[in-house]
Write a protein that binds this ligand. Structure first.
Ligand SMILES: Nc1nc2c(c(=O)[nH]1)N[C@H]1C(S)=C(S)[C@@H](COP(=O)(O)OP(=O)(O)OC[C@H]3O[C@@H](n4cnc5c(=O)[nH]c(N)nc54)[C@H](O)[C@@H]3O)O[C@H]1N2
Ligand SMILES: Nc1nc2c(c(=O)[nH]1)N[C@H]1C(S)=C(S)[C@@H](COP(=O)(O)OP(=O)(O)OC[C@H]3O[C@@H](n4cnc5c(=O)[nH]c(N)nc54)[C@H](O)[C@@H]3O)O[C@H]1N2
Ligand SMILES: [Mo]
Length: 715
């Protein structure tokens, strides 16, 4: 397009949304002749993106060009947390970091340094593993990153292996769609049109969620389950299916193992028993089981919240058994949809470099960062150096009070790489400026569809911001690390991103991706995608395992969630049959605690934030309605709480103050505060992370954010 005769033309660049979201949208960026991006839209040709982004990313340019961007390296000048910084050069910044890291390693050993990172960007280059070789070479403490789906992935893999299982696009062929703890309308928006189409074709959509979410309101049926009791419902469904002979006996005989033991196990989980656990009437459970089994292909879409209680792992085990029981895998649109990520032959080794790790290096789970900074450590030296990138742990990690105290210590040297002055960055000694997705190249997998997406850099970096890859090249040089891995260019990394010889990559090359922007993996099309129609599960037996051989081998963390590790770190053996574990913080498990703290706090994702990202933007904060607590009107009345009044939410671990919103979308006994809002934007400082527990769930070191009892009073 030519604007005027004497001005250069504008161009359209193919890009990919970087956010930690299943949708990984293909984007088109328009850049004017002066090199300024003027629009970012969803690619209309991409089947899944279908021309639309979402409320978070629609105005992505406001984020890129936000005057609040961190654009230069900075050194702290005021007390920690004061937010007072001075601009310094990149040379000074990396020299100071290298000097301090070396001094800490000399005095305390390198394990006194710990990285903290997650998925600020999902790019294979700049995302999860970008710092792994650097910290492995340094000998730093290994950070285990099990914030999200680690428990779920462990349980799923124990049962049916690391398979994509279901193509989300094939949901148009489903006749019964069971959405379990997933708020699709907010967190997986681009899946909804496929569900809507199935619904139009006559499919029934049922949502299992304590809250009447946007998604639940759009379904045919909403089952408002008591939080953390999903395992009881899933096991009771299996009970009914078996007791009433609704099983697919041929599928069970040929493609599953352990049916007899499983049938014997679930015989104890009657619908009447499940009713007392879940609050869901026994008849509703029976009808659900009959409809789920009878309508084939049926599919279960599970969200991350399933894992977030003491027994979340076993819940996912039970849910992963159901499709095998009814033969749902036989047809496209049948099975269980967790993360189709496993279909992507990402060359993780080229980014993690597990061989660079010194065996026996200390491992600390990031979920326990507050404890680690307080000196409550498994072994080894105190933490004296911290480097945070792609993450905002002050908001996203529990034990907030101890975490802040740790970050305030003058004894701790903290580096934060960020796009924005987050609650975490404010505690840094050195802040490094990070580019946004428009300012860097990257290549993306997806955990919500089956397309590889290429992200072309569309504009020059603003200020002195650099991609994470470049930051680690500079830090490695300053540390004197000269292994070839630290010299790789982004171009060379892109060439290593996938196992290009894998059958799923047939017809896909770096060149074709650069040109087309995105390509579907070389797998069956949605209308024929049924990889387990004939079994072929990637489990030890090759079958769906009601009795799990992997469980008998011990609890483990999927390697992806543990920096550099390539072993399954076997732990305590796990009961190889699915079973019910009630929430830790509940009247059933701990009546004394429940008497003092009778309300179950849930902290789901905000509609307009991406975890804590976008919480710096006025527009997103308004849409997100941040720092609120949704309370049932009767629970509110019992406590003299009125609409819009400030309330104090507390338990033995801590407290935070938010504004009450009275809604009957939440059941009695449950309160909801969507996550993501920043401390600095909340009146009382602390946020909901102050009351969440740091105890793991039963599998994969999963967090148990939802296993949280609180009391609420007017502030
Ligand atoms: N808008 C938006 N989208 C996002 C994100 C975001 O922050 N905002 N974050 C992204 C990330 S990192 C992730 S992991 C995904 C997660 O996306 P989802 O899997 O949808 O995760 P949540 O919003 O945490 O929880 C989903 C639903 O589970 C319900 N729930 C809570 N506890 C229970 C329970 O015990 N049982 C049942 N049955 N339901 C329960 C909640 O009420 C909520 O409606 O979303 C991604 N997409
Ligand atoms: N209470 C409660 N806590 C939760 C959850 C919950 O449901 N309830 N959910 C958990 C889940 S599922 C997840 S995934 C975690 C997410 O936890 P985090 O990964 O900490 O998520 P964000 O808050 O999005 O922080 C990402 C940060 O990376 C920055 N960033 C973005 N791109 C780049 C880049 O290219 N380079 C650098 N250096 N920085 C960049 C962003 O500005 C942002 O501040 O939170 C967990 N915490
Ligand atoms: Mo997540």
């Amino acid at each position: 397009m030519t604007t005027t005769d004497d001005r250069p033309t504008s161009t359209t660049v193919r890009a990919a949304c970087p956010q930690d979201c299943p949708d990984t949208c293909a984007m088109l960026v328009t850049v004017d002749g002066d090199g300024k991006a003027t629009s970012v839209v969803g690619d209309p040709d991409h089947p899944y993106t279908n021309g639309g982004l979402c409320v978070k990313v629609n105005n992505y340019l406001d984020r890129v060009y936000d005057p609040g961007r961190v654009l230069f390296p900075m050194r702290r000048t005021g007390p920690k947390g004061s937010g007072r910084f001075e601009r310094i050069t990149w040379d000074d910044a990396v020299t100071e970091i290298a000097t301090r890291f070396k001094a800490i390693a000399d005095e305390h050993g390198p394990e006194a340094i710990m990285p903290v990172s997650y998925l600020g960007t999902q790019g294979i280059l700049n995302g999860l593993n970008v710092g792994d070789p650097f910290f492995a070479k340094l000998g730093a403490t290994v950070a285990e990153r099990t914030y999200c789906d680690s428990g779920s992935c462990t349980a799923y893999a124990m049962t049916i292996g690391d398979t994509a299982g279901v193509d989300p696009e094939s949901l148009v062929h489903s006749t019964f769609i069971l959405v379990w703890a997933c708020n699709i309308m907010s967190t997986n928006l681009h899946l909804w049109p496929y569900i809507a189409k199935a619904k139009k074709n006559g499919a029934k959509v049922v949502v299992v969620d304590p809250i009447r979410t946007r998604t639940a309101a759009a379904a045919d049926q909403h089952i408002a389950i008591r939080p953390g009791t999903d395992g009881a419902l899933a096991l009771a469904m299996a009970h009914v299916i078996i007791a009433e002979g609704l099983t697919d006996d041929d599928y069970i005989a040929n493609h599953t193992v352990g049916y007899d033991e499983f049938a014997e196990r679930v015989s104890r989980y009657t619908p009447e028993w499940a009713e007392t656990e879940t609050g869901v009437p026994a008849d509703t459970i029976r009808t659900l089981a009959r409809e789920y089994a009878g309508a084939q292909p049926s599919v279960i879409r599970i969200g991350v919240a399933v894992e977030r209680h003491a027994g979340g792992g076993q819940t996912v085990r039970a849910l992963s058994c159901l499709p095998g029981l009814v033969g749902a895998w036989r047809k496209p649109g049948g099975g269980i949809l967790q993360l189709p990520l496993w279909a992507f032959p990402v060359n993780w080794g080229a980014f993690m470099h597990p061989e660079m790790l010194t065996p026996g290096t200390r491992v600390i789970n990031q979920y326990r960062l507050g404890a680690a900074l307080a000196g409550d450590l498994p072994a080894g030296p105190p933490i004296k150096g911290l480097m945070v990138y792609n993450s905002n742990p002050v908001v996203t990690t529990p034990d907030q009070d101890r975490l802040i105290k740790g970050l305030e210590s003058e004894d701790l040297f903290t580096v934060v790489s960020e796009q924005f002055m987050t609650d975490t960055a404010e505690y840094a000694d050195i802040v490094l400026p990070a580019t946004t997705q428009l300012e860097q190249d990257d290549i993306m997998f997806s955990w919500g569809h089956l397309y590889v997406t290429y992200n072309h850099q569309s504009i020059e970096p603003l200020g002195e911001a650099v991609p994470n890859t470049e930051m680690f090249r500079r830090l490695a040089a300053a540390m004197g690390f000269d292994d070839p891995v630290f010299q790789r260019t982004d171009e060379e990394m892109i060439a290593e991103a996938f196992d290009w010889s894998h059958p799923h990559m047939e017809g896909i090359t770096v060149e074709s991706l650069k040109e087309q922007g995105w390509q579907r993996l070389n797998v069956a099309p949605p209308e024929a995608y049924a990889p387990h129609a004939e079994g072929n599960f990637p489990t030890p037996s090759g079958k769906a395992e009601f009795v799990s051989a992997a469980a008998a081998g011990g609890n483990f963390v999927v390697p992806l969630f543990r920096q550099g590790s390539n072993d399954h770190q076997p732990g305590q053996p796990v009961d190889p049959l699915p079973h019910y574990i009630p929430p830790r913080e509940s009247a059933a498990a701990d009546p004394e605690l429940a008497a003092r703290y009778p309300l179950n706090l849930l902290t789901p994702k905000s509609h307009a934030f991406l975890n804590s990202s976008f919480a710096s933007h006025e527009f997103h904060r308004r849409v997100a309605n941040e720092h609120t607590l949704i309370v049932h009107p009767d629970d509110a009345a019992a406590r003299g709480i009125t609409e819009g009044s400030p309330v104090r939410v507390f338990n033995d671990r801590g407290e935070f103050t938010v504004v009450a919103s009275l809604q009957d979308t939440v059941p009695l006994g449950v309160v909801v505060s969507p996550m993501g809002g920043w401390r600095k934007n909340s009146k009382a400082g602390a946020t909901l992370a102050a009351v969440n527990p740091t105890v793991f769930g039963d599998l994969g070191n999963a967090p148990t954010f939802s296993d949280t009892l609180v009391e609420v009073e007017t502030a």
